[in-house]
Design a binder for this molecule. Structure first.
Ligand code: NAP
Length: 216
């Protein structure tokens, strides 16, 4: 597959790039900061500098032409507006549709689709969840074969290969970015995950077994 990774230089994005390349896929990483280019290039990704807020939509569309899938792994940093999650999703969904890309996989946050209450969260987290929920509406009402992955709190621990994946609400637990990247690859490679939202935390099942269970 030719896969566009939006936010390819992010902590999760870079691991997704790495795993996609290792699995034999052709990867295009879009990054905001040109200073990060060496990291994605070193991992074997064609790299294009595109800002989700500022670059013209036509540049995203051109970049996506001929691709099989788009992975949205960008996200607002602490202190940055979470509007990026909504606006960046809306723009990349439109670009993917315009470019004729079929698959779109987005990384959201645990509970965003399962009715997790945001009442007791601080204002920053409340806004973050509102933006992720708005982003999901663009995705699910698009013409794309979409998949949304909603992981728990991300850590920088390495691959454990053991996860809990479910289409139902699960307890909030953490998960390493490396495992999120590995699950992203597994979801992309399984067409039956299209049109579905998955919760993901650390767990006890191998990724293959967890995916089989989540789809049964
Ligand atoms: N942190 C958590 O605990 C958690 C939990 C669940 C889900 N998630 C979600 O998981 C995903 C990955 O999270 P992460 O913590 O691994 O991400 P991260 O390391 O913070 O990386 C985010 C990436 O998004 C890019 N970005 C930000 N604004 C942009 C813009 N305007 N245009 C283009 N790129 C832009 C950043 O580019 P620069 O390098 O230029 O800054 C960065 O590379 C995000 O969608 C996040 O919401 C996070």
């Amino acid at each position: 597959m030719r896969v566009i990774v939006i936010g390819g230089s992010g902590r999760t994005g870079l691991l997704i790039v790495e795993k996609l390349v290792a699995a034999g896929h052709s990867v295009v990483a879009t990054i905001r900061n040109p200073k990060r280019m060496a990291e994605t290039v070193k991992r074997g990704a064609e790299t294009i500098v595109l800002d989700l807020d500022k670059s013209p939509l036509s540049d995203f569309t051109t970049t996506m032409k001929g691709a099989d899938a788009v992975v949205f792994a960008a996200g607002s940093a602490a202190g940055e507006s979470s509007a990026l999650d909504r606006i960046g999703t809306r723009r990349t969904v439109h670009a993917a549709e315009n470019a004729g890309v079929k698959r779109y996989l987005s990384i959201s946050a645990i509970g965003a689709s399962t009715g997790l209450s945001i009442r007791s969260m601080d204002d920053e987290m409340k806004d973050y969840y509102k933006q992720k929920r708005a982003a999901a509406k663009f995705i699910t009402s698009s013409s794309l074969e979409w998949t949304i992955l909603e992981p728990g709190e991300l850590t920088d621990g390495g691959d454990t290969g053991k996860v809990l994946l479910s289409q139902q609400a699960i307890n909030e637990e953490s998960i390493s970015r490396a495992d999120v990247a590995a699950v992203t690859l597994a979801l992309l490679e399984e067409p039956k995950t299209a049109g579905k939202v998955f919760q993901l935390t650390r767990g006890t099942q191998t990724i293959a077994a967890a995916l089989k269970a989540a789809l049964s």
